[in-house]
Design a protein around this ligand. Sequence first.
Ligand SMILES: [Zn+2]
Length: 299
Amino acid sequence: MKTIGQAVDELLTRRARERDAIQKRIARDGGTRRFVEKRLPRLSDVIAPDVTEEQLAAHSRWELREASQRMRDCAHCPSSGGACDGASGYFAEGTFPVWTDEHVLGRADCPKWAAYAERRRLKRAGVPEGFMEATFESYVARSDVEAEAKELCRQYASGFETSDPGTLMITGPTGLGKTHLAVATARECRTPRLMFAYLPALVDMLREYTDEAFLRATTCDLLVLDDLGAERESAFGQEKLEHLVNVRWSERRPMIITKNRSLNAMTKTLGEPLIRRLVSATRIAVELDGDYHERAAGV
Ligand SMILES: [Zn+2]
């Protein structure tokens, strides 16, 4: 068995050997700056010229290498699916290295990644590809009716943080940008648990994956129901929809609903209890009618 003295000696010897190795490496590479310039040119470009050897050496080579790798990955952002996506030892998701005024390696948000993350959020929510870029800015109102509709949707989004934002109901004929406004509004609500459902597809989904889909639709923070009334008329669909709306309504969970026809006109197919529930849930009603202009496809 080793004595304490022997253990201490061994430790000191090991330390000395490590120090030697570092010195040798510095002698070979000519210090951290040379190392960075020679091996990590991309990182070298962002380090200010007046940074001292000591300031540079405060970062381990592993850290510097990782920073360089991150910069290389981020150069491909977001084409490879958000290259700086994911966390690594030193960098949180969506951040890349910067050399700060205090002369240390710091982190900044990748502006390209933010757009990627937003796209990913909408994709996971089920927003169709053609509406990924639907924003209030890209909704160009060509009539007073459309301008007012956009304003009301904005109002809904800005009041979304309140405890009971209620339901936003957007009604109008096909082609006036109901779905565009619904997606733009949902985007501005900034909730992480968003679900977008084209109603006929949702009814089919509820038929096949009953519990899972139903749970998701009832518990998400914001549910967009696109094209109410377009689903095939069926007792099953009608019953599921009524159940879904009732649960969300009783738990004060908001919805954005788009539809072609007035609720009154749908009483026969959807049933009076559901229509009454939808009316009481509605906080803001947007009517898109008036002059009919065909919008570009997907808008
Ligand atoms: Zn990036």
